[in-house]
Design a protein around this ligand. Structure first.
Ligand SMILES: CC(C)(COP(=O)(O)OP(=O)(O)OC[C@H]1O[C@@H](n2cnc3c(N)ncnc32)[C@H](O)[C@@H]1OP(=O)(O)O)[C@@H](O)C(=O)NCCC(=O)NCCS
Length: 176
């Protein structure tokens, strides 16, 4: 696993059902911020239990824990479709709680989810970022993702058209 300097003592572990309430809080910050999802409805811990169950099937889902608290999560979800040739592709999403940002948690999570994707046999991870979301674009670029391009006016969020930047990181070890 790549070593990332962090000012916090952060441990990564697989998600567990006991994280459902913390995940709902993190996700709902994102819904309110309008920074990374078209979803406008808040989620609930009950719904997060279902998400965790679904995730257990195949896609890595990590939480970052510091001092017993969930500081953030990173997960992969299906990308491109469900045909056999899509099995090596995963879309990564990462959220860090506002009070833990700027302290290396996001960098640890990116590194951890790429390692987990490699271990699970994925050959590429992709991230779709709303264009004004500079912290996320910097995070992924710094972690070795390359810009693929920009989908212009890709979705509509509360009446505003949003451009979406596509980034990818190849996992060459799984491309033999
Ligand atoms: C993007 C996000 C995950 C970054 O998490 P973080 O823990 O604050 O990031 P880190 O402290 O590990 O910083 C890692 C790198 O990210 C970039 N970054 C983080 N915050 C930044 C900011 N405010 N402005 C510019 N770059 C930033 C930098 O490149 C940084 O590296 P550096 O410190 O060496 O310059 C966090 O801001 C967040 O949760 N945002 C809302 C959710 C979201 O938009 N997720 C992405 C969509 S999937």
């Amino acid at each position: 696993m790549t070593t990332i300097t962090s000012s916090l003592d952060v441990q990564l572990r697989s998600v567990s059902p006991r994280d459902a309430a913390a995940l709902a809080r993190l996700y709902n910050h994102g819904v309110a911020s309008r920074l990374f999802t078209y979803v406008t409805e808040e989620t609930t811990p009950e719904r997060q239990f279902e998400v965790i169950d679904e995730a257990k099937l195949r896609y890595p889902f990590l939480v970052a824990v510091t001092d017993g608290q969930v500081a953030g999560y990173a997960r992969l979800s299906p990308y491109g479709g469900t045909r056999p040739w899509h099995r090596g592709l995963g879309e990564v999403s990462i959220v860090v709680a506002p009070e833990f940002r700027g302290q290396g948690v996001g960098a640890r999570l990116v590194s951890g989810i790429v390692d987990a994707a490699r271990d699970a046999g994925f050959w590429k991870v992709v991230s779709l970022i709303f264009e004004p979301n500079m912290p996320s674009l910097s995070l992924f670029r710094r972690a070795g993702f390359r810009d693929v391009g920009v989908y212009e006016r890709h979705g509509n969020l509360h009446g505003t058209w949003v451009n979406v930047v596509i980034l990818e990181r190849l996992i060459l070890e799984n491309q033999d």
